[in-house]
Design a protein around this ligand. Sequence first.
Ligand SMILES: Cc1cc2nc3c(=O)[nH]c(=O)nc-3n(C[C@H](O)[C@H](O)[C@H](O)COP(=O)(O)OP(=O)(O)OC[C@H]3O[C@@H](n4cnc5c(N)ncnc54)[C@H](O)[C@@H]3O)c2cc1C
Length: 462
Amino acid sequence: MAQARPRTFWLDPEVAGHAVPEAAPALSGAERADLAVVGGGYSGLWAALIAKERDPGRDVVLLEARTVGWAASGRNGGFCAASLTHGHGNGAQRWPEEIAELERLGRQNLDGIQSTVERHGIACEFERTGEMAVATEPWQVDDLTDEAAALRALGQRVRTLTGARVRAEVDSPTYLGGLFDPDGVALVHPAKLAWGLREACLRLGVRIREHTPVRAIRPERGGLRLESRGGSVSAERVAWGGGGFPGPLRRVRHFVAPVYDYALVTEPLSSEQLAAVGWGNRQGVSDSGNRFHYYRLTADNRILWGGYDVVYHYGGRVRPAYDQRPDTFHRLARHFFTTFPQLEGLSFTHSWGGVIDTCSRFCAFFGTAHRGRLAYAAGYTGLGVGATRFGAQVMLDRLDGADTERTRLAMVRAKPVPFPPEPLRYAGIQATKRAIAAADRDGGRRNAWLRTLDAVGMGFDS
Ligand SMILES: Cc1cc2nc3c(=O)[nH]c(=O)nc-3n(C[C@H](O)[C@H](O)[C@H](O)COP(=O)(O)OP(=O)(O)OC[C@H]3O[C@@H](n4cnc5c(N)ncnc54)[C@H](O)[C@@H]3O)c2cc1C
């Protein structure tokens, strides 16, 4: 860890090939637009891009508080998953009648991301490698076997793998079995995806205003006025993609808890180190406890290793200082070398954290405000790289008043159970985290607290 710089690998301009775009000027004066998009993460970028693709004549402006991709969208693990429901298991439990449709729409969405990346020439190191879930405890082998059966019943070509088969792919003494999904996940360079979408938006004529935090939303004749320090935008319609940040859209706060997720990146592996691990197929990997790690190779053969600890600060506080958490980094590093003892001596070069917009059902929810003039999507809970494109389409469908397969989904129409106010929110999250850790120690068995939450459809995850 001694070499680890306290910054996000993907956003680090000193890493070869990371050309951070120059920020666009902030909003100044009064502007008008047909559609104003708030947020320069994937949610906002997809909304702006798809709005222009659907109707090139629409005048679109995007307002970003800092710079495009600085938040979760530029600092995630880069697992671009088809699942719209934070995994098949969560979706099947909540919407059993809809899960086949949700899985189909999710696969279509991932295909749509791939074709957009190709059509706009977005160089984001997109690799459709699939993902291997690995079991490191016997109860996880059983869970993965059940999961495989459920996915096969939906026509997906997933494969269960013995411990030996998993280790032939990626070699760790901790692996007991696995489940490989070749189609459901692509890996991307997250910041390059955000910057590439930004570039595509600009080419289609979207006006981008960075360093422009929207402080107030005011109804006015024919639309809404968004106010920032240096100016305002009057727009007929607003798409709100503010992620996990508390802002003027108060109604979302009941449903979203900003939580911190952390990651490390190693130095590039030498060819001997790579040979000691295998990983010739470069698939994304995640382990299968309730608290899990996700890991993958970068284009220059470093390993990104993240997850496990999920940290909520009292009152939903979000602070730059929380991006660094030495205890968590040391824990992650220990887990890394338990998984890959053959890499003893490898250094980490980057450590960082970022905010996830967790909601109690673990996948995005949708709504409108100001008499349907504003639409929002939030609550992606750690699986928004792919799903934000779907969420952006839902926002635009709603703003256009379109009745679509997406807007008819029960998943889209229903809201999650809200989190309680403080201090209950903090106490409840801490109790749930302790219960989840106990379940991992106890063969996956869920105690009375977790079973009660399950019964009311609530939970806490990353
Ligand atoms: C460490 C980490 C690892 C992750 N790994 C994965 C992964 O591997 N796969 C996966 O699918 N997901 C992952 N995620 C989650 C994923 O990154 C998010 O779900 C996704 O990026 C959400 O995109 P977004 O646009 O909704 O939010 P964000 O990327 O947070 O963007 C929101 C933007 O809105 C802006 N904003 C907010 N309020 C205002 C305002 N009032 N005015 C103007 N601008 C505003 C913010 O400045 C920000 O730029 C991870 C997240 C983290 C933090």
